[in-house]
Design a binder for this molecule. Structure first.
Ligand code: PLP
Length: 415
C-alpha cells in the first residue's frame, strides 16, 4: 500500500501558519522543518541533510530509522500498542528486570516522560519517610541551576528563576543547595530532609558535572539523616557518558534514579528505579499512569538495550567522546572563543561566551544541528552511533563557523 503523504505535502508557510494560529506559543523554533531522519542525519522537507549533534536532546541514541527499531515498531504495533496497567503484558516486567540488573536497583515504575519520573521519585521520597513514621520529614533538596522538568513538582526542584517565576507558588518545603560544596550541602541538611535530588552532570545548565566529593558528601549526609539520594540520569544515563549510568563514574550509588530520554530510543518512556531501601514505599493505589510502561514503549526499550549491548555502544560513546573532545581541544588552540570544554563520553559542553547562540545558528545554516545551553555553552549530545567521520564533519563545520564569527566580531570592532 502506498504511503499516505497528505500531511507531508503541506507547504512550509502552511505548517508555520497552522502552528502560529493553533499552538500555545511555548517554543522558539529554529527555521528547520524536519521531514525524516536516517542514521546520524535528519533531512528537511526539501531533502537537505543536517548532521545531528543533538539527537532530539539525547533521545535518539540509535540515530534515526535504525532497522532493529523500525522492525520492532512495525511488529509490535500490529500486535498491541496499548493495553492499560490493569493488565499484564510480556514486556514491562522484563524491561524492569533488565534495568534493575544493569543498575543494581530493585524496583521500577514506568512513566511517559522525564518529568513524570521525577514526580514519581518525589512521591516515593515522601512516602518512604511516612512509611517509617516520619510525618514531618517532607523537605526536598535540589542543587543550584538544576533542571528536572516542567510539572509543578519537578519545577519546584528546578532551581532556575526564569522557569519558576511565572508559576509560583510552587510545591512547598523545597530548599536549594546554593553551591556545589560540601559546606553548602551540610548547611542545607536537617532531620526534615526526605530527599536530595541531583543530576550527576547537569545538562540544561551547560553540561556541568557535580564534583565527585560533593556527590560523595551527599551520599554520606543522606545516610546520616535517613534521607534518599535521588540521581536524575534522564539526560546523562543509558550509556551517554561511556558507562551505562553516570553514577558509575563517581563511586556513589543512588537510592532512586530517574531515566527517560533515550530509554525507548525515540518513543516516550521514562522510569524511576529504586533500591532495596525504598522497595516497600509504595502499595497498590499509591501511584499510577495510563500510558506509562505500555507494550510498544517497553518492547522498543528492550530492543534499545539489546542494541546497546550487542553493538558495544557504551564503550563506543566513551571512545567517540574522547575523539570529539580531542578535536575540540585542537580547535581551542586556534580559536580564542573556546573556553572550558566539559563533559563525559558523548555529553559535551563547550564554553563560547556570548557567541554560543550565534554559533548554533550558523552551524544550522551549514547543515549541522547542535544546541546552546544556559546562553553561553555549546551543548553536544550526538547519537551514540556517531562515527569518527561524523565527528570530523562536525569539527570542520565548527572550525569554519568560529572563524566566521571571529571575523564578524573583528569587522564590527573596526567599523
Ligand atoms: N531531568 C533532566 C536532567 C532533563 O534533562 C530533562 C529534560 O530535558 C528532564 C528531567 C525532563 O524530562 P522530560 O522533558 O522528558 O519531561
Amino acid at each position: 500500500m502506498a504511503a499516505d503523504d497528505r500531511y507531508m505535502n503541506l507547504s512550509i508557510p502552511e505548517i508555520r501558519e497552522r502552528e502560529d494560529r493553533w499552538l500555545f506559543p511555548t517554543y522558539r523554533r529554529y527555521d528547520l522543518f524536519v521531514g525524516r531522519g536516517s542514521g546520524t542525519a535528519v533531512f528537511d522537507l526539501e531533502g537537505r541533510r543536517y548532521l545531528d549533534f543533538l539527537a532530539g536532546i539525547a533521545v535518539n541514541a540509535l540515530g534515526y530509522a535504525h532497522p532493529r527499531l523500525t522492525r520492532v515498531l512495525r511488529e509490535q504495533s500490529e500486535r498491541l500498542i496499548h493495553c492499560s496497567n490493569l493488565f499484564y503484558h510480556p514486556f514491562q516486567g522484563e524491561l524492569a528486570r533488565r534495568l534493575a540488573e544493569l543498575s543494581g536497583m530493585e524496583k521500577v515504575f514506568f512513566t511517559n516522560s522525564g518529568t513524570e519520573a521525577i514526580e514519581a521519585a518525589l512521591k516515593i521520597s515522601r512516602a518512604h519517610a511516612r512509611s517509617r513514621g516520619h510525618h514531618d520529614k517532607t523537605r526536598l533538596l535540589a542543587m543550584k541551576n538544576s533542571f528536572h522538568g516542567r510539572t509543578l513538582g519537578a519545577l519546584s526542584i528546578t532551581a532556575q528563576d526564569s522557569y519558576q517565576a511565572p508559576f509560583r507558588p510552587l510545591v512547598p518545603d523545597v530548599e536549594i543547595v546554593e553551591a556545589f560544596t560540601v559546606e553548602a550541602l551540610e548547611r542545607a541538611f536537617s532531620e526534615r530532609v526526605c530527599a536530595l535530588v541531583c543530576e550527576p552532570i547537569q545538562g540544561e545548565a551547560g553540561v556541568v558535572p557535580v564534583p565527585r566529593e560533593v556527590l560523595q558528601a551527599a551520599r554520606a549526609l543522606c545516610d546520616r539523616y535517613d534521607a534518599l539520594l535521588v540521581l536524575d540520569e534522564i539526560q546523562c544515563g543509558l550509556g551517554r557518558t561511556g558507562r551505562y549510568f553516570a553514577f558509575e563514574h563517581t563511586g556513589v550509588r543512588p537510592d532512586l534514579m530517574t531515566l527517560a530520554k533515550s530509554l525507548a530510543a525515540g518513543y516516550p518512556l521514562g522510569a524511576v528505579l529504586g533500591n532495596a531501601r525504598v522497595a516497600g514505599s509504595l502499595k497498590p493505589g499509591d501511584h499510577g499512569t495510563t500510558f506509562g510502561g505500555g507494550p510498544l514503549a517497553c518492547r522498543l526499550a528492550l530492543e534499545f538495550l539489546d542494541v546497546l549491548e550487542e553493538e558495544n555502544l557504551v564503550a563506543h560513546a566513551s571512545e567517540l567522546g574522547a575523539y570529539l573532545v580531542a578535536g575540540l581541544r585542537g580547535l581551542a588552540a586556534r580559536h580564542d572563543m573556546i573556553g572550558e570544554i566539559r563533559g563525559l563520553g558523548l555529553m559535551v559542553g563547550v564554553e563560547l561566551g556570548a557567541a554560543a547562540r550565534e554559533v548554533v545558528t550558523r552551524l544550522l545554516a551549514r547543515g549541522v544541528i547542535a544546541n546552546c545551553a544556559h546562553d553561553t555553552t555549546l551543548r553536544l549530545l550526538p547519537p551514540l552511533v556517531v562515527t569518527c567521520r561524523d565527528v570530523d564533519e562536525f569539527l570542520a563545520a565548527l572550525d569554519a563557523v568560529l572563524a566566521e564569527v571571529a571575523a564578524g566580531a573583528a569587522a564590527s570592532r573596526e567599523g
